[in-house]
Design a protein around this ligand. Structure first.
Ligand code: SF4
Ligand code: SF4
Length: 267
């Protein structure tokens, strides 16, 4: 297997993987979405809420705030499933919030107003709105975050995007092409361009394999196909974990599953 990094930043990773089976990458993709654990708020104790929002709505909004995640100090989702343990220091991080709007105006409560007892578990962004407080209104609460998995609730999924596609192959037969430009016009991704005396492919990875260009060409001069052993994979993290951590953790989980299967088969 050969891997080329096409793009990388704190949250996004785009890679080209050659000589790989689709089934393997799809297994990893599904594990990334549903099984790689992250921290998210699960229990909320509302101390004071004079806003217009019900406690339940605020709790729901808090649950959906992505939190930076560490694995080494908190119990696994399965180990902490017991309600008694769920808010214990071995399983949960306590966050608290106490905001009051002044008598002279309103105040937006943001994720940045949440104070965490563990500085490594905190909102990935300080600018996520939770509620708008009117004059004199107050919101005070305690929240408990624990590790969970996306298959239990989407709030624990570490990814906003985990998707792949085959590497497109665009063949233009210059002997048949009359440079009418119809393929350029219909392409929804602006992949093609008419340059002087030929059609050029600007970025083959932008092609979504829709084949509109093929259908528009009256001269059979353009053919779209794909390489089944080369996949372009895009991963976008919520910020809970780095993209590289999500990949490593998903391969660990897949390995454990395969070992369990082998044990069963061996018995
Ligand atoms: S539509 Fe066909 S003939 Fe026209 S420019 Fe494109 S490839 Fe060439
Ligand atoms: S297959 Fe679709 S996206 Fe790709 S080049 Fe043709 S029209 Fe553009």
């Amino acid at each position: 297997m050969k891997i080329n990094v096409l793009y990388r930043d704190e949250k996004i990773l785009k890679i080209m993987i050659e000589d790989v089976r689709l089934e393997y990458i799809n297994s990893l993709r599904r594990i990334m979405i549903a099984e790689v654990p992250t921290m998210a708020i699960e229990d909320v104790l509302v101390l004071d809420n004079t806003s217009v929002l019900y406690d339940e709505i605020i709790a729901h909004r808090l649950g959906l705030i992505p939190l930076t995640t560490v694995y080494d100090r908190y119990g696994s989702p399965e180990g902490c499933a017991d309600k008694e343990l769920a808010s214990s220091p071995e399983c949960a991080v306590r966050l608290y919030l106490d905001v009051e709007a002044g008598e002279n105006g309103y105040r937006i409560v943001y994720s940045g107003d949440l104070k965490s007892e563990d500085p490594d578990v905190r909102p990935t962004s300080d600018r996520i709105p939770i509620a708008v407080l009117g004059r004199g209104q107050r919101l005070a609460l305690e929240a408990y975050a624990r590790l969970g998995r996306g298959k239990e609730h989407a709030k624990w999924s570490p990814v906003t995007v985990a998707a792949f596609k085959y590497k497109p192959i665009i063949n233009i037969n210059e002997d048949l092409c009359v440079l009418c430009g119809k393929c350029v016009e219909v392409c929804p991704r602006k992949v093609l361009e008419l340059k002087e005396d030929k059609i050029v492919v600007l970025n083959v990875l932008d092609c979504n394999l829709c084949k509109s260009c093929e259908e528009a060409c009256e001269f059979d001069a353009i053919k779209i196909s794909w390489n089944e052993n080369t996949l372009a994979f895009t991963l976008e993290s919520t910020g809970a974990l780095k993209p590289e951590q999500i990949i490593v953790e998903s391969t660990n989980i897949l390995e454990k599953k395969l070992n369990t299967l082998l044990q069963f088969l061996g018995d």
